[in-house]
Write a protein that binds this ligand. Structure first.
Ligand code: SAH
Length: 345
């Protein structure tokens, strides 16, 4: 078992404290922080302004955990690249790099597997394994940028896992992303199935992060059937938390609504959604459901009508472009396939 501290998860003041404790000047902390998060050098021996003696001490006290690219799939129809990253304990997670008019965005994972049990989602089918550390989240960004030679302009926490179920690590990741990698947190979206108490906590931090709430159904009975979290926090509680988030941060909420044929795409569903959101400053992202093997869910045929009903009622709604369709870019699909291959091997 490695007793060394994972240096990529450390805040600058924590590094300063460490250097003071070993009798070094505190400016060393800034140097190391920059080597790691700005210059992206993950080998102490290559940090040129650090003495050989100090490098040896750092190697003794710290580790720098890199990810392994197990698979890389590049779309032939758009510029989407999907990475399957291997972790130190042989687990794997996915990150997806997408090209938009405004630049590149990276969708990263926050957990290995997921506990939330949403019935349409591939990430949750094999259950939950563990939380990702802040460094494992940062490395998805650093290694995707390095491998693709593309600069990532925005990050969406929409890969495998529920970010608010790994709250402390996600918050640490966000602070280091801002202070180390220099990314404005206004360029980060955090997607949640609706863990209400954590939405209130996040709001208090006023980080500027866009909150994306996976709604998928606007009545409690229907939502509880496809999203078990709804049995714990009702739509009323969820909407109160969203209103608080807007009040505290001034950031419009983005609601995700995956349209499933015959489940949540009829006129009644649209009116319920309008009833729920009318007058609230938000955006609705309509997502064509990505059918998964385990469930017989089909893409809706009425997404255009659904969108029109919302916009006619004054609710801002767009249909999400599907990227990387030829490379299984949907949440958790690649990891699920890898588990299947390994189990059959
Ligand atoms: N746990 C978080 C983030 C991960 S999922 C959440 O629930 O928001 C990212 C988004 O993809 C969520 O809106 C999720 O509901 C949606 N999603 C999952 N599986 C999907 C599928 N098969 N088709 C379309 N959207 C899906």
């Amino acid at each position: 078992m490695d007793k060394k501290t994972d240096i990529l998860t450390m805040y600058l003041p924590e590094l300063e404290e460490y250097f003071c404790s070993i009798g070094e000047k505190s400016f060393r902390a800034k140097q190391i922080f920059e080597w790691l998060h700005t210059k992206r050098v993950f080998d102490f021996s290559k940090m040129t302004n650090i003495s050989t003696q100090l490098k040896t001490t750092l190697e003794k006290d710290f580790c720098i955990n890199k990810l392994n690219i197990l698979k890389k799939l590049e779309s032939r129809v758009d510029d989407t690249v999907k990475y399957l990253y291997g972790l130190n304990d042989c687990q794997a997670v996915e990150a997806v790099l997408m090209k938009h008019n405004h630049g590149n965005s990276l969708c990263i994972s926050t957990q290995v597997g997921c506990k939330m049990g949403c019935s349409f989602c591939a990430s949750t089918k094999a259950g939950f394994v563990r939380n990702l550390s802040p460094s494992e989240m940062l490395m998805q960004l650093y290694q995707s940028e390095d491998d693709s030679k593309r600069k990532v302009n925005s990050i969406v926490l929409m890969g495998i896992g529920e970010p608010l179920d790994n709250y402390d690590n996600v918050i640490r990741f966000l602070y280091i992303l801002r202070d180390g990698a220099g990314m404005s947190l206004r360029n980060v979206s955090l997607s949640t199935c609706g863990i209400v108490p954590k939405i209130y906590e996040l709001a208090k931090l006023k980080l500027g992060v866009t909150l994306s709430v996976s709604l998928h159904c606007a009545n409690d009975d229907g939502r509880s059937k496809i999203m078990p979290i709804n049995t714990k926090y009702s739509l009323l509680e969820l909407m109160q938390a969203c209103k608080d988030y807007f009040k505290e941060t001034g950031r419009r909420i983005s609601f995700e609504y995956s349209l499933i044929d015959g489940v949540n795409d009829d006129y009644k569903s649209a009116s319920q959604l309008i009833g729920l959101l009318k007058g609230f400053p938000c955006h609705v992202n309509l997502i064509p459901i990505n059918p998964i093997k385990e469930r017989n869910f089909k893409k809706s045929k009425s997404s255009k009508n659904f969108q029109k009903a919302l916009t006619d009622a004054g609710i801002n709604a767009t249909i999400r472009r599907t990227l990387g369709q030829d490379i299984q870019a949907a949440c958790g699909q690649l990891r699920a396939e890898e588990i299947l291959i390994n189990n059959n091997a």
